[in-house]
Design a protein around this ligand. Structure first.
Ligand code: SF4
Length: 299
């Protein structure tokens, strides 16, 4: 199974551990990720706040490079996924838009390929059965709140792989890894995104609500598929909780990191040693880390 891979800016900077763990897990499962050469920023939220055409042309260029290779595109970042899907649909729906974008990016993009979230590719492409067969350290006893955020499953016309109100893709993955996904009502609440930078007071409240609800639902950690959600929930957690007179110490994981743990890879190789809230004591307490002497080699 071969996909074009669009890591996006975050996975080269704040979310290196997402990139690292995604590549290790993909290789292990026989999923070939061909990184689009010379990929450029998708523009994310900044571009579509300023210039509609630019916000479509930036991701379209990346999609065109993958289309030339005849490949569908796998995207780990929820924000990138959303913007790439928007460009794909705009070109598919309008010949005039296709011509305009073609002129801007200097190549013909016909939207014959499809953009998919990496989570969707793993769960519905590779398949839970195959993933489950490879588990050597089931996440037994680990209670996890699956947090989808607002961009991974909305708007449903673009995202289309899960329910926009009560998504279950990550929950099913957690179960296949042997863990327990808790029931909670904040799985698609907004974490505030970059508001956490512009209005830290508002952002901190939004972040705290998500963390607190997860903890109240019995979760020992949160799982995410978005670099910005991770940044807010992990890096800003101490500040957000302290503002409410609380201290949570709730580890946050990328779903690919937990897959790597269950497949037997070492925490360091998955980037788990770089988190702000150290997740290792929890993993050690649950005995879900493979013994160092038998761990898999770096992929
Ligand atoms: S959306 Fe980004 S956060 Fe995700 S990588 Fe593209 S510009 Fe960055």
């Amino acid at each position: 199974m071969r996909y074009a891979y669009y890591p996006g800016c975050s996975l080269e900077a704040t979310a290196k551990e997402y990139n690292q763990s995604a590549k290790i897990v993909a290789r292990h499962l026989g999923l070939e990720l061909w990184e689009i050469p010379d990929w450029s920023c998708c523009g994310a939220t900044a571009a579509h706040n300023n210039d509609h055409l630019l916000s479509l042309a930036l991701p379209a260029r990346n999609l065109a490079l993958a289309e030339a290779e005849g490949l569908d595109v796998a995207v780990p970042c929820a924000a990138c996924f959303n913007r790439l899907r928007a460009a794909e649909e705009a070109v598919r729906e309008s010949e005039a838009m296709r011509a305009t974008i073609g002129e801007i990016i200097g190549r013909d993009y016909r939207a014959t390929n499809r953009t998919r979230a990496l989570l969707d590719v793993m769960v519905n492409g590779v398949g839970l059965e195959k993933i489950g067969e490879q588990v050597v350290k089931p996440l037994t006893g680990l209670k996890l709140a699956c947090y989808y955020g607002c961009l991974l499953v909305r708007p449903p016309k673009l995202t289309a792989f899960d329910d926009p109100e009560d998504p279950m893709t990550m929950d099913r993955l957690v179960a296949a890894l042997g863990g327990e996904a808790v029931t909670w009502s904040y799985k698609t609440e907004c974490c505030g995104g970059s508001l956490a930078t512009a209005r830290t007071d508002i952002g901190a409240r939004m972040i705290y609500q998500i963390l607190r609800r997860a903890r109240d639902a019995g979760a020992e950690a949160i799982v995410t598929a978005c670099p910005l959600c991770m940044l807010n929930l992990d890096m800003r957690q101490g500040q957000a909780a302290a503002a409410q007179g609380d201290r949570l110490n709730l580890p946050i994981f990328y779903f690919t990191e937990l897959m790597g743990v269950a497949l037997g890879y070492a925490p360091k190789d998955l980037g788990l040693t770089t988190h702000f809230v150290n997740p290792l004591p929890l993993l050690e307490a649950k005995d879900v880390l493979r013994h160092p002497a038998t761990r898999r080699e770096r992929a």
